[in-house]
Design a binder for this molecule. Structure first.
Ligand SMILES: C[S@@+](CC[C@H](N)C(=O)[O-])C[C@H]1O[C@@H](n2cnc3c(N)ncnc32)[C@H](O)[C@@H]1O
Length: 198
């Protein structure tokens, strides 16, 4: 999986908007937030800036975690933080661990998405919510959305990667047999998310 800092530079204005959407939708302020497939950590960092949540960065890649640690340390916030190198298919976390779980742009790389989703449901606290998938969020201005979607499409084409269409995404989520979930789509050809509650 190739993630260049150039890609992130272009996407950077999206992260605070997406996280503000999560905070508004799920009334986030306290408790434990788990960022799965955190990459360089932009989601967790934005959440730390505007809440008192403990941020747990989790990724398969030690490089990604090292980067998220460096980025987070530069933020100068006082939120509790933890870095966990782990695979979503086998989370080294107790049941009912996190109040909020977010995972953006990672599920496309999981070998067994249904197993990862089931693990997320397991470690989610009763009353909590998880949002897993990919996209740019509702708060992005249309001008920026068109620009970013264009370059994302181009990048996927260059890397010969595809993303599931809405029907494929629905089928993938159904396989997980989650107890309480709904699928959210942003726009035609745009984001797809599954929101899991417990
Ligand atoms: C495209 S990046 C997304 C990073 C970040 N969430 C964002 O939106 O900017 C995908 C991340 O998922 C991680 N990842 C892929 N498969 C994983 C797995 N099975 N368990 C945990 N992390 C995984 C990769 O190491 C990578 O950092």
């Amino acid at each position: 999986m190739l993630i260049s800092s150039e890609n992130y530079d272009q996407l950077k204005p999206m992260y605070p908007l997406l996280v503000q959407q999560f905070v508004d939708d799920y009334n986030l302020m306290h408790g434990v937030a788990l960022d799965i497939g955190a990459g360089p950590g932009w989601l967790g960092m934005e959440l730390a800036k505007i809440t008192h949540m403990k941020i747990v960065f989790l990724d398969l890649s030690q490089d990604a975690l090292d980067t998220s640690r460096r980025n987070f340390e530069e933020l100068n916030v006082d939120n509790d933080v933890e870095y966990i190198k782990a695979d979503v298919h086998e989370l080294p976390l107790e049941d009912d661990y996190a109040d909020f779980i977010m995972s953006r742009g990672s599920i496309w790389f999981w070998s067994q998405p249904q197993k990862g989703l089931k693990e997320i449901e397991r470690v989610l606290k009763p009353g909590g919510v998880a949002i897993v998938g990919g996209g740019l969020g509702r708060y992005l201005p249309e001008s920026m959305r068109a620009r970013l979607q264009g370059s994302i499409k181009q990048r996927l084409k260059e890397r010969m990667e595809t993303r599931p269409n809405p029907a494929e995404f629905k089928a993938m989520v159904e396989k997980a047999r989650l107890n309480n979930y709904r699928i959210l789509t942003e726009s035609e050809g745009g984001g797809r998310w599954v929101e899991i509650r417990k």
